[in-house]
Structures are given as structure tokens and as C-alpha cells.
Design a protein around this ligand. Structure first.
Ligand SMILES: [Zn+2]
Length: 150
């Protein structure tokens, strides 16, 4: 088990490949990659429904805003005026299946790797984080701070 600073699970693979590591020994010794981020949660004492403007929705690439309950903290003494209180981790898990291993050895593009990952059930960091926004547990701004639009 080791940790690497990277933006997501695919960057980790790219990082090692650029180090000149032999791809075959690299993928055969790797069982999986986990990426995680800590997100601030809306303060339960002052959270309320909010509207999100079109610019932010576009920036965040949210195409189904009707499925969201946008909420944010107003700021209170409990959260020292920040609107956020408490954090939780979100994670993305990439299992090194035979398909993924072969693709890495063949130096497939990130786009191809992502497609395969999605097929085998990987939920991407941003999608996991957006689910918390959908449920009103955190804000779109906070998700944009810690994850990138794919
Ligand atoms: Zn508060």
C-alpha cells in the first residue's frame, strides 16, 4: 500500500508510467487504486434550501438540476458563520481487472480506461460528490473546490 498525490485514480497510473516503470510489472503488482477527498458538509443548524444560478450549473456541468435539492448553510454561531460543519470522505475505487491491466500495458488513453472503469462499476469521485449535493448535504461550490469536471 502506498499513497501518491494525484487528481484521480487515472492520474496515479499516468504518474507511474511516466516514471519509466515497466508497465507489465507495474500492473501485475497493482490490485487497485483508491482516490479520496474530504468535503465540508452543510451546517445542520443553519442549512436551508437555496437556488443555484445558471452560471454555476454550467460551470459544474450539472445537466439535471431538477433532480437536486440545493441546500447551503446561512452561517450561524455553530459553524462560525461559514455555513459548513463537519466533513466526510468521498472515494473512487478502480479495480485492476484483466481488461484494465491489458489497456494500461497497451498504453490506452485515459478516455478508454475511464469507459472500461465505468463499465465495471467504478463510480467516479465527482459523481459520488455530486450525489451529496443532490441530497442537500453539501454545496456545488464545495464539490467544485475538491473535484474537477470530468
Ligand atoms: Zn451554521
Amino acid at each position: 500500500m502506498t499513497s501518491v498525490h494525484a487528481n484521480n485514480t487515472f492520474d496515479v497510473i499516468g504518474r507511474f508510467m511516466h516514471m519509466g516503470v515497466d508497465p507489465y510489472s507495474f500492473v501485475s503488482s497493482l490490485t487497485g487504486v483508491v482516490a479520496q477527498r474530504l468535503l465540508w458538509l452543510n451546517c445542520p443548524h443553519c442549512v436551508r434550501d437555496v437556488t443555484v444560478d445558471a452560471d454555476l450549473l454550467a460551470e459544474a456541468d450539472v445537466r439535471d438540476p431538477e433532480r437536486y435539492r440545493f441546500r447551503a448553510g446561512a452561517g450561524c454561531t455553530q459553524c462560525r458563520g461559514t455555513g459548513y460543519k463537519g466533513r466526510r470522505a468521498v472515494a473512487e475505487v478502480l479495480r485492476l481487472t484483466d481488461e484494465i491491466r491489458e489497456m494500461i500495458i497497451a498504453r490506452a488513453s485515459i478516455r478508454i480506461l475511464k469507459e472500461q472503469a465505468r463499465k465495471q462499476g467504478t463510480r467516479f469521485l465527482r459523481d459520488v460528490a455530486l450525489e451529496l449535493v443532490r441530497d442537500g448535504q453539501t454545496t456545488l461550490q464545495e464539490v467544485n473546490r475538491v473535484t474537477f469536471v470530468a
